[in-house]
Ligand binder design. Structure first.
Ligand SMILES: *Cc1c(COP(=O)(O)O)cnc(C)c1O
Length: 380
C-alpha cells in the first residue's frame, strides 16, 4: 500500500493528479457543479443532443417497451428488434453493407483488432492515436509500429519493409488536436499492402460531411474495403455505445470472433431507441453542423486576434497548447474562477511538453458564449 500512496503523491507533485467533477445537472452548455453554474466547453456532445427532448422521449418509450436491461449478450438472447433496426439504420447512414453495435468505442476497437489480427500480424498506428486503439493492439498481441503523426510518406517507407497484410489504424479526427487524418493516402497504402484501414471516427461522425456521415464524407471517400469504420454514439449522437460498419464478411467475422462483442451484455435496447431518434436529428438538422462551423470560425478569428497559438483544426476541437502540465492546470483553474469550464489535458493523454486547454464547441453554444470565453482567455 505504501507504494500506491507514494505514486499518488508523486503524481500530485508533478501536476498530473486527475480528479472528477460531480455534475448536478444534465450535460449542456451550462452545467451545475456544487452551487456553481459553469459555462462548459468540455463535452463531446457536439450537436447538443445529449439532452434533446425527442431523444429523451425515445429513451423513455424504449424503456416502456423493452424494460431496462438487455439481460444477456447479443449472441445469447440480448439482441432485440431495437438493436437490429438501429444496425440497419447505421449501415444505411454510413453507406456500408452492414453495421454491428458494440457497448463502447473502446470495446469496438478492441474487438476489431483482436478479431482480425494475431501475433503474426503487423499493426501500424499513428503516434497520436486514441488510447483505445493503442490498447487494442496490445490485446491482439500483434507487432505494433507507430508512425509519425499523419505522415503518409513515412508510413509508406515503413511498409516497404513489412510483410503484406496487417492493419493500419488511425483516429479520423484526432481527439486532442482536432486535425483530420490523411485518410485517402492511408487507404491507398493499405490497399497496396493488402492491409485493412481501421478508421476511428469518434469525433467526425455527425459533425463532418454535408449529411453528417463523418470524415469519409468530408473527404469524399466511400466506405469500402480496405476501410473499416468505427463510430461512437456517445459523442455527437449524444447517447452511448458504438458500432463498426463495413462489408458483410467483416461484420460476420466480428460476430464470430470479436471477444468484446461476444462476452458482454448487450446495450440496453432503450439506448438503441434513443440513438435512432438522435440519428434522425443528425440526418435532418444540418443547421447544427452549420452552426458549429460558425462558432468555430468566430472562436478562431478571436483567438488569433489575442495572439493565442491554435492548431490546424477545422473541427469543434480547438486546443490551446500551453506546454507544461502546471501551466495548463493553472489556466484551467483561472477560467474556472471566471465561471468557465475548460479541461487541462496533460501527459500521458498528450505528449510531454504539449499540455493544453482542450476547448470543444457544441451547436447548443451561442455567439455570446464564444465571446465570453475569448474575454476570459484574454485575461489569462
Ligand atoms: C472517445 C473515443 C473512443 C472511445 O469511445 P467510447 O464510446 O467513449 O468508449 C474511441 N476513439 C476515440 C478517438 C475517442 O475519442
Amino acid at each position: 500500500m505504501k507504494t500506491l500512496e507514494a505514486d499518488l503523491s508523486r503524481r500530485r507533485a508533478q501536476n498530473l493528479y486527475r480528479e472528477r467533477l460531480v455534475l448536478e445537472s444534465s450535460q449542456g452548455v451550462e452545467v451545475r457543479v456544487g452551487a456553481e453554474t459553469l459555462l462548459s466547453f468540455c463535452s463531446n456532445d457536439y450537436l447538443g443532443l445529449a439532452n434533446d427532448p425527442r431523444v429523451i422521449a425515445a429513451f423513455q418509450q424504449g424503456a416502456q417497451r423493452y424494460g431496462v436491461g438487455a439481460g444477456a449478450s447479443h449472441l445469447v438472447s440480448g439482441h432485440s428488434r431495437a438493436h437490429h433496426v438501429l444496425e440497419e439504420e447505421l449501415a444505411d447512414f454510413t453507406g456500408a453493407a452492414r453495421a454491428l453495435l458494440f457497448s463502447t468505442g473502446y470495446m469496438a476497437n478492441l474487438g476489431v483488432m483482436s478479431a482480425l489480427t494475431d501475433r503474426h500480424d503487423a499493426i501500424f498506428e499513428d503516434r497520436l492515436n486514441h488510447a483505445s486503439l493503442i490498447d487494442a493492439a496490445r490485446l491482439a498481441r500483434a507487432r505494433v509500429t507507430r508512425y509519425p503523426h499523419a505522415d503518409v510518406a513515412r508510413l509508406a517507407d515503413i511498409l516497404k519493409h513489412a510483410p503484406r497484410g496487417g492493419l493500419v489504424t488511425t483516429d479520423a479526427v484526432f481527439s486532442m488536436d482536432g486535425d483530420i487524418a490523411p485518410l485517402a493516402g492511408l487507404a491507398g497504402l493499405a490497399s497496396e499492402q493488402d492491409a485493412r484501414l481501421l478508421v476511428d471516427d469518434a469525433h467526425g461522425l455527425g459533425v463532418l460531411g454535408r449529411n453528417g456521415r463523418g470524415t469519409l464524407e468530408h473527404l469524399g471517400m466511400p466506405l469500402a474495403p480496405p476501410v473499416i469504420l468505427m463510430g461512437t454514439l456517445g459523442k455527437a449522437l449524444g447517447v452511448f455505445g458504438a458500432f463498426v460498419a463495413g462489408e458483410e464478411a467483416l461484420i460476420e467475422t466480428l460476430i464470430q470472433r470479436a471477444r468484446t462483442y461476444i462476452y458482454t451484455t448487450a446495450l440496453p435496447p432503450a439506448v438503441a431507441e434513443a440513438v435512432r431518434a438522435s440519428l434522425r436529428i443528425v440526418r435532418e438538422e444540418g443547421w447544427r453542423r452549420d452552426r458549429l462551423r460558425t462558432l468555430v470560425a468566430r472562436f478562431r478569428a478571436g483567438a488569433e486576434r489575442l495572439g493565442l497559438v491554435l492548431l490546424a483544426s477545422p473541427t469543434p476541437i480547438q486546443p490551446v497548447v500551453l506546454g507544461t502540465a502546471e501551466a495548463a492546470l493553472a489556466a484551467s483553474q483561472r477560467l474556472r474562477e471566471q465561471g468557465i469550464l475548460v479541461p487541462a489535458i496533460r501527459p500521458p493523454t498528450v505528449p510531454e511538453g504539449s499540455a493544453r486547454l482542450r476547448i470543444t464547441f457544441s451547436a447548443a453554444h451561442e455567439e455570446k458564449h464564444v465571446d465570453r470565453l475569448l474575454e476570459a482567455l484574454a485575461m489569462l
